[in-house]
Design a protein around this ligand. Structure first.
Ligand code: A3P
Length: 297
C-alpha cells in the first residue's frame, strides 16, 4: 500500500525492506564466490532462483535427494539480501553461492559493486510485470483484510514510477547500463527470451556461473532435467508451493502459490485495456530511448 512506502535514493521501498537495506549498505560483505540474482519484483525472480539453484547444486542433487527444490520454495533456497542477510551476514549456507536482491544497481552496497562478484539480472515486459505485481499486492492486502488497491489506481501509480522498487524503468536501466560497462560481470536476461528457449538459457547461465555442463552431462539430458524441474507446471504443482506460506514478518506473509500465478507472456492483455497497454509501452519507449535496450514483448 502507498502509505507504507518510502522513497530512498530515487526508488520506492516497503518499510520492511528499506530498514534492512540501509543496514546491508553499511554492513554487508559479499563472499568472493557470491553470485547475485537481481531483479525488480515480478519479473521472474522465483524461476531464475530455481534455475540457478538447480544448476549450481546439480552434482549434489542428482544423488539421493533429487532436490531441495521439491520440498523448499525457491525463496527458501536463495537468501534475500535486504531481508535475510542485512543483520547477520554470516548466517547463510555458504555451500550455495547465491544471493538474491531487488535493490537497484545504484543502491547496492558498495562492497558488492567493488567486488568481482557476478550478477544475473532478469527483467520483463513492463505490462506483464505490472499486472503480476498488482495481483501479488492485491493478494497480500486481502490476506491482511485490507481493501485491495484497484487495478486503475495501481496502474496510475506504476506509470508515475511508484511501485515496489520502482520506477520500473530506472531499475531496468541501472542494471542494463552496468551490464554494458561490465559485460563479464553482469548477465542481462529477459523473462520472454528465457521462456522462448529455456534450455539455451540454462546452458548460458551455467557457463556464466562458471559451472558449464560437461559433454557427458549434456548427453545424459541434465539440461533438460533442470528445465523440467523448474518449469511453471512442475514447481506450481509441488505441495510446498501450492499450500506453503512465505512469511518474512507478521506484516509480510503470502501464500507460496502467489509466486506461481500464470507464468505466461502477454497476460496483460487479459487485464489491461489496449489504451493502458499502449500508454505503458510509450512510457517505456521514452525512458529507454538512447539506451540501446529494447525489451521484447
Ligand atoms: P505472473 O504473475 O505473470 O504469472 P517473481 O518471481 O519475480 O515474483 O515473478 C513472478 C512471476 O513469475 C509470476 O508471473 C509467476 O507466475 C512467474 N513464474 C513463477 N515461476 C515460474 C516458472 N517456473 N516459469 C515461468 N514463470 C514463472
Amino acid at each position: 500500500s502507498a502509505n507504507d512506502c518510502y522513497l530512498y535514493q530515487g526508488f520506492w521501498y516497503d518499510s520492511l525492506f528499506l530498514e534492512r537495506l540501509m543496514s546491508a549498505q553499511d554492513h554487508f560483505i559479499p563472499l568472493s564466490t557470491d553470485i547475485f540474482i537481481t531483479s525488480c519484483p515480478k519479473t521472474g525472480t522465483t524461476w531464475l532462483k530455481a534455475l540457478t539453484f538447480a544448476i549450481c547444486t546439480r552434482s549434489r542433487l542428482s544423488g539421493s535427494s533429487a532436490s531441495s527444490l521439491l520440498t523448499k520454495m525457491p525463496h527458501e533456497c536463495v537468501p534475500l539480501l535486504e531481508y535475510d542477510l542485512a543483520q547477520n551476514p554470516l548466517k547463510r549456507d555458504c555451500a550455495v553461492p547465491l544471493v538474491s536482491t531487488h535493490v537497484p544497481y545504484s543502491s547496492l552496497p558498495k562492497s558488492i559493486i567493488s567486488s568481482c562478484c557476478k550478477m544475473i539480472y532478469i527483467c520483463r515486459d513492463a505490462k506483464d510485470a505490472f499486472v503480476s505485481l498488482w495481483y501479488f499486492i492485491a493478494d497480500m492486502q486481502r490476506s491482511k483484510n485490507v481493501e485491495p488497491v484497484s487495478l486503475e489506481e495501481a496502474f496510475e501509480l506504476f506509470c508515475s514510477g511508484i511501485s515496489s522498487y520502482g520506477p520500473y524503468w530506472d531499475h531496468v536501466l541501472g542494471y542494463w547500463r552496468a551490464s554494458l560497462e561490465f559485460p563479464e560481470k553482469i548477465l542481462f536476461l529477459t523473462y520472454e527470451e528465457m521462456k522462448r528457449d529455456t534450455a539455451a538459457h540454462v546452458k548460458k547461465l551455467a557457463e556464466f556461473m562458471g559451472c558449464s555442463f560437461t559433454a557427458e552431462e549434456e548427453e545424459e539430458g541434465e539440461v533438460q532435467k533442470i528445465v523440467s524441474m523448474c518449469s511453471f507446471e512442475k514447481l506450481s504443482n509441488l505441495e510446498v508451493n501450492k499450500n506453503g506460506m512465505h512469511s518474512l514478518d507478521t506484516s509480510y506473509a503470502v501464500k507460496n502459490s502467489v509466486f506461481f500465478r500464470k507464468g505466461e507472456i502477454g497476460d496483460w492483455e487479459n487485464n489491461l485495456t489496449p489504451e493502458m497497454g499502449a500508454r505503458l509501452d510509450d512510457i517505456m519507449e521514452q525512458k529507454l530511448k538512447g539506451s540501446g535496450l529494447k525489451l521484447p514483448r
